[in-house]
Structures are given as structure tokens and as C-alpha cells.
Write a protein that binds this ligand. Structure first.
Ligand code: SAM
Length: 265
């Protein structure tokens, strides 16, 4: 039984801090199924921690074996420790520390891909996690984080992805790098804007493409808006000024992918 004073537990808890995630390149994921899936998909696992009370569960035992085979440290902890690690009551009984994975935008190969969602300075971890999950849901190609964004590996963002953090490639670029990449590749960029001249249901969206979304407060800056082949608007009928960023992204993705999505499974 490992206590709060254990140095490994201290290191895991420290991953709540952005500077520790940046320093170590690690992040925390919670939940047996998604941890087991991530190990199976070859995500580099560092530590697996589980509650004593689930020790006998066959899936926990299989996951422990897989973690040991992957060379990870495996520790059994009590629930008080899991509460502290997760900062919540009723924590998940299995948590794991993985290496972060992002790719520089120049490493993105667009050939044969679908739709990439580029997010300019997204600030809300819940929005970012929800968007990663939605990109996964529609078979999108990945997410491009442009500029100074919230950390996709923060616990709140990872939670909101519901496991999609392990399935959706994340590319990063500053604004100048993103603009240079769009010019170099010639990829079609569709922006969303409250002043967009085109109804979002009108264009014939050809893939591969980039869907560019603006910041929660300030929307798309002029230089990014100018780089878009089309600026579309989702009509607003009531008194709200705009949609939430993640909702707007979901509406757009389902429209872009409408004809390519099969019937519901
Ligand atoms: N005050 C900001 C503005 O003036 O743009 C609102 C930003 S909105 C909360 C965040 C992002 O969601 C926008 O930059 C845009 O990408 C997208 N968005 C939200 N509502 C939209 C709409 N009705 N049409 C097109 N895009 C929308």
C-alpha cells in the first residue's frame, strides 16, 4: 500500500502543475478501460497505479501484466491517494502516467487525410478536450494547436477527451508557422467567423482540409481570417451572440463530414 509520502506518488501529483508536465513531458490519464486501450496501442507508459480493492479484477490483472511488460512502474495505492492524485471524491480506481505526444506541424502529412481542426489560442481545457473527442467521433484527422493554447495534457482537458487524447494526433505551431504551412501545402482552409459571408451549409467541403476556429473571447484575428479560402457562419436565430467554441466545432464537423459518415453504429 503506497502512501502520500511516497516519492512516486508525489511525482504523479506534481503532474497537476503545468510546469511539471512541461518539465517531464508526462501526463496523467484516469480509468481502467482507456488506460488499457492506450497501453495496447503502444502509448509509452511510465507508471500504473491502482486501488487495492480492484486488485482481483481480471481486467486490472491483465492491465498490470501489460504495464509490467511495457517496462512501467506498477504501484498499488489506497483510495485516499487516488483522491489526491485525481483531486476528486470517488476517483477512478486505475490511473496511469504516459509520455506526451505532439508533432510539429511540418511533420503532418496531409495526403489521404480528412479534416484537421486548427484552434487559434484555445483557452478552455474543457473546450479543447471536447473538440478532440468530437474530431475522433467524426473520423477527423487531428487537431492543430495554433499559438499560445491551453495545455491538452492538463487533467481537465484529458478527462474531457474521454480517451480520444490517445487516438487523435495533435500538431503544434505558432501563428507564423501555421500561416507558412498553409501557404506551402496549399491546403484548403475554411474559417468560421461571426462575420462570415457564407452559410456553413453551402460549401462543398473537399478533404483534406483545415477547419479554422477562433478564440473563445476574441474570435479569429484578421490575419488568420485573411488566410482562409472561405469564411463561413452558422446562422444564429435567437439572442445569443455566438455559439460555444466546442459546439460550433461540432456543428461544423458534422456538416463537413455529413456525406462521408455511414449510418449510425
Ligand atoms: N466574441 C467572439 C467573436 O466575436 O468572434 C466570439 C467567439 S466564439 C465564442 C468562438 C469561436 O467559435 C469563433 O471564433 C468561431 O470560430 C466559432 N463560432 C461560434 N459561433 C459561431 C457562428 N455562429 N458562426 C461561425 N463561427 C462561430
Amino acid at each position: 500500500m503506497t502512501s502520500l509520502a511516497n516519492p512516486v506518488v508525489k511525482d504523479i501529483r506534481a503532474l497537476q502543475l503545468k510546469k511539471e508536465r512541461a518539465r517531464t513531458g508526462l501526463f496523467l490519464a484516469e480509468g481502467l478501460k482507456l488506460v488499457a486501450d492506450a497501453i495496447q496501442e503502444g502509448w509509452p507508459l511510465k507508471v500504473l497505479a491502482f486501488a487495492a480493492k480492484v486488485r482481483q479484477q481480471p481486467m486490472v490483472q491483465r492491465t498490470v501484466e501489460a504495464a509490467l511488460a511495457a517496462g512501467a512502474l506498477v504501484i498499488e495505492v489506497n483510495e485516499a491517494v487516488l483522491e489526491k492524485i485525481s483531486r476528486r471524491d470517488n476517483p477512478q480506481m486505475v490511473v496511469a502516467v504516459f509520455e506526451q505526444r505532439t508533432l510539429p506541424l511540418d511533420a503532418v502529412d496531409l495526403a489521404g487525410t480528412t479534416v484537421w481542426v486548427a484552434l487559434e489560442t484555445v483557452k478552455d481545457p474543457g473546450n479543447l478536450g471536447t473538440i478532440i473527442r468530437t474530431v475522433d467521433s467524426v473520423g477527423g484527422a487531428g487537431v492543430i494547436l495554433v499559438g499560445d493554447t491551453t495545455d491538452p495534457f492538463a487533467l481537465e482537458a484529458v478527462r474531457a477527451t474521454m480517451g480520444s487524447i490517445f487516438h487523435v494526433p495533435l500538431a503544434v505551431a505558432d501563428k507564423a508557422g501555421f500561416l507558412a504551412w498553409t501557404r506551402r501545402t496549399g491546403v484548403s482552409v475554411v474559417g468560421t467567423h461571426l462575420k462570415g459571408a457564407v452559410d456553413y451549409r453551402c460549401p462543398a467541403y473537399a478533404e483534406p482540409m483545415v477547419l479554422l476556429m477562433g478564440n473563445e473571447q476574441s474570435g479569429l484575428p484578421d490575419d488568420l481570417a485573411a488566410a482562409c479560402a472561405t469564411l463561413v457562419k452558422i446562422p444564429m436565430a435567437g439572442r445569443a451572440d455566438s455559439l460555444n467554441l466546442a459546439v460550433a466545432t461540432g456543428v461544423m464537423l458534422y456538416e463537413i463530414r455529413r456525406s462521408r459518415l455511414g449510418s449510425a453504429r
